[in-house]
Ligand binder design. Sequence first.
Ligand code: GTP
Ligand code: SPV
Ligand code: MN
Length: 596
Amino acid sequence: MTENRKVKAFVEESAILLQPNQIYWCDGSLAEATQLMEELVLQNKAIRLNQSLRPGCYLFRSDPSDVARVENRTFIASIDEKDAGPTNNWVHPDELKATMRQFFRGSMKGRTMYVIPFSMGPIGSHFSKIGIQITDSPYVVLNMRIMTRMGKSVLELLDQGSDFVPCLHSIGYPLNEGEMDPLWPCAPIEQKYISHFPEEKLIWSYGSGYGGNALLGKKCFSLRIASFIAKEEGWLAEHMLIIKVTNPLGRVKYFTGAFPSACGKTNLSMMVPSIPGWKVETIGDDIAWIKIGPDGRLYATNPEAGFFGVAPGTSVFSNPNAMKCIQKDTIFTNVALTDEGDVWWEGLTKSTPKHLIDWQGNDWNQASSSKAAHPNSRFTASIQNCPCISSNWEDTNGVPISAILFGGRRPDTIPLVLESTSWEHGVFLGSIMGSEMTAATISNEIGNVRRDPFAMKPFIGYHVCDYFNHWLSFTNRTKEELLPKIYMVNWFQKDQEGQFLWPGFGENARVLQWIFERCDQQVDTISTPIGKIPNPRDLNLDGLHISKNRFEQLFNIDPTSWKKEVTSIHNYYQSLGSTLPKVLKEQLEKLETYYT
Ligand code: GTP
Ligand code: SPV
Ligand code: MN
């Protein structure tokens, strides 16, 4: 409880609308989490994993309709439709609230209403912002406890009068007297609403219990609402990992990287470099808040406190640090269960177990045609568990950024690495990012390439063209030479057989080395119409067996593909409307002189 009047009013008004059986204020303690988990195990909603193999670990299985973010049910309800822009779903806030109020009315009947005070960012840092999530999902409480700084310490800040973002959440499944509670209650897809009211700095989420739909500190607050605040206040809220890179001489640089959902942020943020003497440490794996520091450089912080990471593909070979991270005190959602009471997913082991229980609770064997783990199955683990966490991860002033990487899943067209020629050109590269869609969002377009500018398509809380302009404005806010260098990378090119051309994962350190050395002007570049690529002699390929032909393919800038690309960018830019920044149009026109 708190004496903060605004908090009390929010909780009281919510309770009147939602009509829960009881209200519970979360203190964030271990005892509280243990008790909640015990209750869920008794109700069969959580499965206690084999505690000698995975101490403190539990498995949840969601409803098959509630397995990922729902972008077509996600709304930016700005007062004026124009402010939401062409890439967001818009409904007038009054109309949306009226609709949602009907769903919220009585939606917590028969349930407990949990009040979760949380901080995004280290407590006491000038970066940090507070939220209060109201929810009827104990699963959400347990996940928020890992993903954010949650509980008592935040209540103390609220007692001192700190402001907060109200985050209202209900799974949308009231329980009437005597009614059976399903294992994963949620509302049907057409009743789900993930709504943002940017001017009011308010979040309402109804009908889903999964990931970014329900853990409101993450995408809803730290990206959609925060990006809106950041524009007002002159900073950036980005879908980016943050890493600390140390070279063999002990010199340190920090990089951030924006990659769309399920395109490699967690993996890059925890990578074990394949090249001797280099070290990568994690600051964040999904979100970066970035501000100009007193010296004019950009400083980044990770507002989260945990990882909500993609399970499939994670293994001791691809990401040994993540494997250590999820050894204990981890919540698994929608992965498969082994006969020993451990977890399994596609890509975890070289051979497949003979028998499993799949993510839907059914028997599964090697002859089964379906996946044992859902492609968007996830682990929730504390950043404290991460063996490669940087000692700087909670620096209250953030870490100074030397380079920004943009990357997507592109089977062709985009070379392994490309350096921008200026900040403006870098913003252009960010704006034209494309990527194959992944299972991180519910869609029937998975595998198709879509434009995902700055990996923020689903997360910009306002007009995409204003967002581009905001990025461009940084050359007026500080000296351009103090801004990070900007790179486009692509780990995902494929050969004719559909195999990845580049080994990826720890081998991506070779690209990081080149970027590191570029930041120090130690190596030069080759200019191309699309940007600067490495001089082949400068990319460290020691110990990597890659044919000359494959290497050339990785940097091939194919005119036929680029003609298509330029047409596609042209059409995309047209779809963004008349407020597209002129300088970006000019960047495209320059490219069009080479590729038409
Ligand atoms: P979100 O949490 O959805 O934002 O995803 P993310 O960007 O953190 O992606 P993540 O690192 O979890 O990787 C997603 C998938 O891509 C996993 O199955 C990885 O194994 C795979 N992946 C990551 N890095 C590489 C790489 O360098 N090469 C290849 N081929 N696959 C990769
Ligand atoms: C993403 O989809 O980019 C994620 C997972 O990081 S979720 O939290 O569900 O948004
Ligand atoms: Mn993400």
